[in-house]
Design a protein around this ligand. Sequence first.
Ligand SMILES: NC(=O)c1ccc[n+]([C@@H]2O[C@H](COP(=O)([O-])OP(=O)(O)OC[C@H]3O[C@@H](n4cnc5c(N)ncnc54)[C@H](O)[C@@H]3O)[C@@H](O)[C@H]2O)c1
Length: 254
Amino acid sequence: MGILEGKKALVFGVASNLSIAYGIAKQLKAEGADVALSYAAVHEKRVKPIAEELGSTFVEECDLSSDEAIDSLVNKYEEKFGKIDIIVHSVAFASREALSGRFMEVTRDDFLVSMNISVYTLIAVVKKFERIMSDDASVITLTYYGSEKVVPNYNVMGVAKAALEATVRYLAVDLGKTGKRINAVSAGPIKTLSAAGIAGFKSMLSSNEPRIPLGRNVDIDDCGNLAAFLLSPKAKNITGSVVYVDGGFNITAM
Ligand SMILES: NC(=O)c1ccc[n+]([C@@H]2O[C@H](COP(=O)([O-])OP(=O)(O)OC[C@H]3O[C@@H](n4cnc5c(N)ncnc54)[C@H](O)[C@@H]3O)[C@@H](O)[C@H]2O)c1
């Protein structure tokens, strides 16, 4: 029997079969969860076959920059499932211009958009779904080491990820009062649609490899395995944490 048997999960952020959210959704399903998907409209064509593969009966478009859209999603989910046990937030955005060159050139608009989509959407989702969360509900989001150290071209996303990790800590205290949990998975670099927007991403993957203690980059299945554990009762006393799946890269200096 899987560690998530009988759990009802909603995964945000599947854009394609390269998405970290897809790796997580697959693993949640393999561990016995009923996996629902919510996606951004532009990815509809790629999401539909993935939903079929996962046997998802709830597949809803939702633009997370809209409070009304999230409210409507909560109502639809409640109508179908009643309560929710698991939420996966695997969502971020920054304009391509903001992901190259000097960090300080970021415009006010680009800064606000990246904070809105990459950070506030987590707060909005947790706040609005809290009403229908089961007593031991668990949430995860995705972060990256560029929150702590300067990674060339990661720029405004580094600042957004620092805010996201702080948000996880504050949400953990709010949710903890009723036994619910939230954690962040900090993944090493993986080639996805979003990652392709970061200048020099490809060379980062190859040039990093010799410094990784385990000598290899991670993949979306590694993220899925860690996510399944954090979202399961086996992690019942873990909350507010940033947990790495990066082959150990974050512990090294040179
Ligand atoms: N790929 C990496 O190297 C890496 C490493 C660490 C962390 N992460 C993080 O993992 C998460 C998933 O990214 P990914 O690499 O799988 O790329 P991805 O492009 O597959 O996923 C990003 C998702 O965000 C969604 N999104 C953006 N704006 C949205 C909106 N307004 N409403 C709803 N959804 C919206 C997109 O539709 C997409 O599904 C992100 O938070 C990313 O920062 C990625």
